[in-house]
Design a protein around this ligand. Structure first.
Ligand SMILES: Cc1cc2nc3c(=O)[nH]c(=O)nc-3n(C[C@H](O)[C@H](O)[C@H](O)COP(=O)(O)OP(=O)(O)OC[C@H]3O[C@@H](n4cnc5c(N)ncnc54)[C@H](O)[C@@H]3O)c2cc1C
Length: 420
């Protein structure tokens, strides 16, 4: 049986008709008791389980997933990975993620196709250039790579955008993070699942958490569609379903709203964009996948929803932005679009904290940016669960900050989820 992925195992299996590969992870049956149960088999839940086993020696761990691994936002996102944040708490946390990303394929023995093709934020006014100079300087002070580009440098990098005098939103320049880029979304879920499984974690799919077992205030396990599972500690990492799951624990008010975010993919094209471009005069981010499709997205749909599909106004707005920036896309055909449920926090920053009940730990509030956070979130959440206290990297990501007014409002826009 072949377990480890390498050029040698590929060669060996090619010679024996690929009959020796093992399942990437076992189809585990729930046991009656674990030290830790993580609810949610998305990127964050699986990464948490992996780091609990790898970094903290906790092997009696289960991940319970309502559907299948990779069926949530981890398999639905536009795959942008970056650490170009202004506030030091966010910058340091996401930079930890960037460092983990840089080693992730090797660490997991799974090619997550991390591609450091850069992220370019476009500026369309002198005021925006000033704001980007400030953000870039703040990043460099935190030890993060950032380069302010002139219009000519942007044009050299992405020649297909509209630089004519008639451009609706003239490009002034941009802020580039060269180490940023993209990764293959479902490979990240599969890679963490496989690596966690190899460390003894049970990944239990088709197992919905319907309630919590309690002893007084303390959470002592979960009720699931496959029976009760006792646990010393329970971590919640269910992204867009956070409010629903926490309501089952009796917590019915959280500073989180669930909204749909749509993504779009075009028919495959020859190489056109070899970085990630974000529009500065509207909400659009666009890159090109290795298969050639343009992958892009924009705003959340403005209403609360648990449907994994969106509506036409956002669709039209995103396409209009794409065509304003790249006029030659007007004749490109869309291949598909879909939606995912986002857990929008009221300050745009996440929550990774013990509580709010004894025995319970919360990981939520990822807004537009939880995919890039996957390794850092799992790493910090595992630390928080194992040591029953946050690491300094997530010490500011408390739930109480919203009541106490110590918010981490990265963009300074207030409690307005659509603007985060
Ligand atoms: C269209 C789109 C584009 C995005 N683009 C980007 C991007 O470019 N860059 C970026 O950084 N981020 C992006 N994001 C955000 C990112 O995908 C999410 O923030 C992140 O994936 C959320 O964490 P997760 O992977 O753990 O979530 P999920 O994959 O959604 O995992 C949560 C899991 O919990 C499970 N669950 C829910 N309720 C229960 C229950 N009761 N019992 C058991 N299991 C349950 C769900 O089935 C789900 O599998 C995007 C999101 C979307 C939708």
């Amino acid at each position: 049986m072949t377990d480890r992925y390498s050029v040698f195992s590929l060669f060996r299996e090619a010679l024996r008709g690929n009959r020796g590969w093992q399942r990437a992870w076992r189809a585990a049956e729930p046991k009656p008791q674990y030290d830790v149960v993580i609810i949610g088999g998305g990127g964050h839940g699986l990464a948490t389980a992996y780091y609990l086993a790898k970094e903290h020696g906790l092997h009696s761990v289960a991940v319970v997933e309502r559907g299948w691994v990779g069926g949530g936002n981890v398999g639905r996102n536009t795959t942008i990975v970056r650490s170009n944040y202004l506030l030091p708490q966010n910058a340091q946390f996401y930079e930890k993620g960037m460092k983990l990303w840089e080693q992730l394929s090797r660490d997991l023995n799974f090619n997550v196709m991390f591609s450091q093709r850069g992220t370019l934020n476009l500026a369309h006014t002198p005021g925006q250039m000033d704001a980007y100079a400030r953000r870039g300087n703040a990043m460099r002070l935190e030890g993060i790579d950032a380069e302010l580009l002139t219009r000519a440098e942007v044009q050299k990098m992405v020649p297909e955008m509209d630089y004519s005098d008639a451009a609706r939103f003239p490009i002034e320049g941009g802020l580039l993070q060269p180490r940023a880029g993209t990764a293959r979304h479902d490979a990240v879920a599969w890679g963490f699942a496989r690596a966690a499984d190899r460390l003894g974690v049970d990944i239990i799919e088709n197992c919905e958490v319907t309630g919590f077992a309690r002893s007084g205030d303390r959470i002592i396990g979960v009720e699931t569609t496959r029976g009760r599972i006792h646990a010393g500690k329970v971590g919640v990492a269910v992204a867009g379903s956070t409010s629903e799951v926490m309501r089952r624990a009796g917590i019915d008010r959280l500073p989180i709203e669930s909204h749909v975010l749509q993504a779009f993919v075009s028919e495959p094209l020859k190489p056109l964009i070899d970085t990630v471009v974000t529009f500065g005069a509207g909400h659009l981010y666009i890159s090109q996948s290795d298969k050639g499709g343009l992958v892009f997205g924009g705003d959340i749909d403005g209403y609360n929803s648990y449907a994994q599909r969106g509506n036409l106004p956002v669709y039209e707005d995103v396409i209009a932005s794409a065509v304003a920036l790249f006029p030659n896309l007007a004749r490109v055909r869309l291949l598909r679009n879909w939606g995912g449920i986002m857990d929008m926090s009221m300050d745009g920053s996440p929550i990774i904290a013990p509580g709010p009940l004894p025995g319970l730990y919360l990981n939520a509030g990822w807004c537009y940016g939880g995919f890039k956070a996957t390794p850092a979130s799992g790493w910090c959440f595992a630390w928080t669960i194992a040591r029953e206290a946050p690491h300094e990297l997530n010490a500011a990501f408390t739930l109480e900050r919203f009541a106490g007014g110590r918010v981490l409002d990265e963009k300074g826009v207030g409690p307005a989820p659509e603007l985060h």
